[in-house]
Ligand binder design. Sequence first.
Ligand SMILES: Cc1cc2nc3c(=O)[nH]c(=O)nc-3n(C[C@H](O)[C@H](O)[C@H](O)COP(=O)(O)OP(=O)(O)OC[C@H]3O[C@@H](n4cnc5c(N)ncnc54)[C@H](O)[C@@H]3O)c2cc1C
Length: 431
Amino acid sequence: MHVLISGASVAGPVLAYWLRRNGHRVSVVERTSELRVGDGGQAVDILGPAVEVIDRMGLLPQVRAARTTTDTMTLIRPGRADVTIDAAQLLAGVSDRHVEIMRGDLAEILYEATRKHVAYTFGTTIQELREHDGGVDATFSDGTKGTFDLVVGADGLHSGVRRLVFGPEEDYSHFLGGYLAVFSVPDFIGLDGQVLGYNTVDRAVALYPTRTPGRTRVVILFRAPQPDNRAPQADNRAPQADRRDPRPDNREQQADHRDPAAQRRLLREVCAGLGWEVPRLLEHLDAADDFYLDGISQIRLPSWSRGRVTLAGDAGYGPGPAVGGGSSLAVVGAYVLASELAAAGDDHAVAFPAYERAMADAVAASRTVGPSVLATLIPRSELQVWTMAQAMRLLPRLPGFLQRRLTSFGGGPAAMLNGVDLRPPVAPATL
Ligand SMILES: Cc1cc2nc3c(=O)[nH]c(=O)nc-3n(C[C@H](O)[C@H](O)[C@H](O)COP(=O)(O)OP(=O)(O)OC[C@H]3O[C@@H](n4cnc5c(N)ncnc54)[C@H](O)[C@@H]3O)c2cc1C
C-alpha cells in the first residue's frame, strides 16, 4: 500500500516506521517548513507500553540519552519555607518504565530513524481529500496531487485531516477549563537542574531548565472561561459530502488562540498581582520567539476512522496538553494501528475498527485522567495550595508503595495504557 500521513511529530513518524517495516510505501506531509527539533516545545513523558514500542524500534538508548535531567523540584511559597523534593522520588510513582524527553528531541530521533525510507515533505498540508473505490485522492497546498490507499491524520490537536473528514474542530474539542502558556526566558534565576513551581489559586507557574545553556522554560497554567462560544461536541455528525478545506491557508481555526498579541495580553491580565519572580518573567514575554498559548482541550470523537481515513495520536484522541499521557498514547496508538493493519492483511475495513477497539479503554481512561490531573496542577483554593506543599513535604517520609500511590495521580497517565495489548512485530527488526 501507499499510505499518506499528515504530521511529522510523534504519532506520524512512529506510524511511518512500522508501516514501512511491514512493507508499505509511506509519504508524510508536515505543515512546518522544517522539523521542529531541539529543546523547543515541551517536556513529554514516554510511559510503560510506549517505552516498549520505542524499545522495539531499537531507539531506547537514544531516547534515554536525550532525556531531561531534573535533579530536584522545589515549591516556592512566598513568606514561607520552600519545599524541595528529589525529582526521582516524585517520578517514581509515575511508572517503573518512564522517560521524560523534550518533544522536539523525540521528534528528531523518530525522524532520523525513518527519513531514509519515508518520503517527508515539509511546508505542505493536505487541502482536499476525495475517497473513491480505488483509494483517496489528495490535493496538497503546493498544488500537487496524489492517490493513496490510506490516509492517516497524525497532525495533532488542531488536525487538518480531522477537519476535512469529520468536520470543524469545535465539534470534537472539549475544553477542560484551563489554559497553558509556554515561553523561554534567559536563566536569570540559575536553575542548574532544578524545577521550580509557584502555585496560587487558579494559577500555577513552573520553571524548568532547557538543554540550551542560559535558557529557562516558563510554563504557566491558569483557569479561565473559554473565550469563544464553542458548541459541545456533537457525537454523530453526518459525513461531510465535500471534503475540501473551506479556509484557503488551511491554518487552525482558532483566531483567538492564534493572535499572539491578544494571548500575551491575556497572560499579563491573568498574572497581574502575582509575586515571586513572575513580574520579571513577564518582562521577557514580548521578546520570547517560542511563545505558545492554548486552551487545554481534549479531543473526543466517538469513532476516529471513516472509510480509508483514520487518525492517530492527539488528532484522534488527544487527552489535552500538559495533563500527561498524550505522547504515550500517540506512540502506542501509532504502533497498534500499524499492527492491526498487518494482522488484517492490510484490509482497513477490518483493521480500523480493531485499532479503535484496542485503544478504546486507554482513550476512555485518558478522558478521565485529564480533568483530574488538571485539578491537581492548578489549585482551586488556598487550602489546596497548602495541601500540595504538605504532601510534598511528607512524601519522602512515606513508605515506597504509598509514595507511588500518591504520585501516580490516582492511577493517572501511566495506568491508563496498561490495558493496551501490544501485538508482537510481524516483520524483521530493521526497516
Ligand atoms: C505545552 C505542552 C505540554 C505538554 N506536556 C505533556 C506532558 O507532560 N506529557 C505528555 O505525554 N504529553 C504532553 N503534551 C502533549 C504532547 O505534546 C502530545 O500529546 C504529543 O506531542 C502528541 O503527538 P502527535 O504526534 O499526535 O501530535 P503533535 O505532537 O501535536 O504533532 C502534530 C504534528 O502535525 C503538524 N501539523 C499540524 N497541522 C498540520 C496540517 N494541517 N498538515 C500537516 N501537518 C500538520 C504539526 O506541525 C506537528 O508537527 C504537552 C503538549 C503541550 C503543547
